[in-house]
Design a protein around this ligand. Structure first.
Ligand SMILES: C[S@@+](CC[C@H](N)C(=O)[O-])C[C@H]1O[C@@H](n2cnc3c(N)ncnc32)[C@H](O)[C@@H]1O
Length: 449
């Protein structure tokens, strides 16, 4: 069994602050061999998913191998990056953290159902330099040719990282393998078209089947202007080079630059990672219906300025803090995003940036995640509860409150805003993720750190 592992979300906390909580909770962790924010836990007795740190998106459970593709991608703040097959978003949130929430992160997945979990994860992580679309990845190269500095193709795959278990599954057959590897190749071709010349493309699967890994790469390298680059974490004890041959056939030498993690002798999830650089242009047939774009709004657009003024009066948020973001607003909701997003596509567009507030009858109500993101900037309407009331609130979603007109508060812990509360009908109430509750013994460390 792979040990529990996680990645600290540096958009929400720091390594030292989170490390302090682990120490207080007597949880032993060793560092991920290649990721400074990754931790491998000896055990997860609480578990950590029953802490306020989890509610605040301070960390995500993410496998040791699953952190490797984004390390290979090496995203930088301010770049334009595509995550082509992104749901449920472990790697998207890792990319956003590496970009320090700056630049443009285009997040896509073909499955609108899986995108729901992805959007919840992005919001929990406090990602605000993203837009989310639901396009077939194969189309993106023609819709967005030569636009991206870096692209991650974390491709759909047979997930054959555990031979005995997977191979018994009903869908697994040679015909399925042909179908999935054809899709992987199409997605990779699309990514090559979407990358700028000189841009980086990382191809990864959680399968160790050569038909989905080296063989896909071999067909691509023979026909497209890309070359393989060494991985920043290879060679390493648990990362083997790409295969030099398979079934009597030798692969091109450069394919050995890829990395394979096998689920033995260490119990890590099987993974394949390859880093490619686009070396030249290629012909791209234009689409008949290009994407249309809509401008986002600046903080001084009258509609936005009025909302920011309300947020100042009601929540004490200094409008100057929000000056450098861009905004989208509809009848019920306002979103904020990095200033690099001057426009967003209007077809198959799901979300942009971080939801900032909901329009209610008489006020704009902040959301848990925007309260957490804005943190100390939310300086009014604080409400600190006793441990007992806080635990009851997180257990039931509501607790008794004095009667009075509908109002909203920023729930604080140790003076630090952590969530949005409504007060109505003699109750304080909070929106919580399903089945979430807090282990009482974890509260003291959360208050102190
Ligand atoms: C291995 S999962 C991605 C995991 C994700 N990168 C993460 O780290 O959480 C592959 C994803 O590809 C998506 N997918 C399948 N076919 C696709 C297509 N044609 N275009 C884009 N995404 C596709 C699936 O819906 C699935 O979410």
């Amino acid at each position: 069994m792979e040990p529990p592992s996680l990645r600290i979300n540096t958009l929400k906390t720091s390594r030292s602050r989170f490390g302090g909580k682990l120490t207080a909770w007597q949880i032993t962790a060793s560092p991920h061999p290649f990721h400074p924010d990754g931790l491998i836990l000896a055990d997860d007795p609480l578990p950590l998913s029953h802490t306020l740190a989890f509610f605040r998106g301070e960390f995500f459970y993410q496998g040791i191998s699953s952190q490797l593709p984004v390390i290979a991608l090496d995203p930088q703040p301010g770049e334009t990056i595509l995550d082509m097959c992104a749901a449920p978003g472990s790697k998207s949130t890792q990319i956003a953290a590496a970009m320090a929430n700056q630049g443009r992160l285009w997040i896509n997945d073909a499955s609108t159902k899986r995108l729901q979990a992805l959007m919840a994860n992005l919001t929990a992580a406090g990602v605000m330099n993203d837009i989310v679309t639901a396009l077939p990845g194969q189309l993106i190269g023609r819709l967005l040719p030569e636009q991206f500095d870096r692209i991650l193709v974390d491709a759909p795959c047979s997930a054959l990282s555990n031979w005995p278990k997977r191979i018994k599954e009903a869908h697994w057959s040679p015909a399925y393998l042909n179908k999935i590897s054809y899709l992987q190749e199409q997605l990779l071709i699309s990514a090559i078209k979407a990358a700028r010349v000189g841009g980086i493309i990382v191809y990864s699967t959680c399968s160790i089947c050569p038909e989905e890994d080296e063989m896909v790469l071999e067909r691509i390298l023979a026909r497209y202007p890309v070359e393989m680059e060494p991985l920043p974490f290879s060679p390493a004890p648990f990362v083997r080079p790409g295969l030099s041959g398979y079934a009597g056939h030798s692969f091109a030498r450069q394919i050995e630059c890829a990395g394979r993690v096998h689920p033995y002798p260490l119990p890590y999830e099987g993974f394949f990672v390859a880093r490619l650089r686009k070396t030249g242009p290629l012909p791209i047939r234009p689409v008949t219906t290009p994407l249309q774009y809509q401008p986002t709004l600046a903080a001084d657009a009258p509609e936005i300025a009025a909302i920011l003024s309300h947020l100042h009066d009601h929540w004490g948020i200094d409008p100057a803090v929000l000056q450098n973001y861009r905004f989208i607003v509809n009848k019920n909701r306002i979103w904020m995003m990095d200033s690099a997003w001057e426009q967003t596509p209007d077809r198959t567009f799901m979300m942009a940036g971080l939801p900032l507030a909901l329009r209610k009858s008489h006020a704009w109500r902040l959301l848990n995640q925007s309260v957490q993101f804005l943190d100390a900037q939310v300086s009014k309407r604080h409400l600190e509860l006793s441990d007992q009331d806080l635990l009851a609130l997180f257990e039931h979603g509501h607790i008794p409150a004095p009667h009075g007109p509908l109002s909203y508060h920023a729930l604080t812990l140790g003076g630090r805003p952590i969530a949005a509360l409504a007060q109505a009908d003699g109750c304080f109430s909070i929106h919580l993720p399903h089945h979430f509750h807090i282990r009482p013994e974890t509260l003291a460390a959360e208050r102190g750190l």
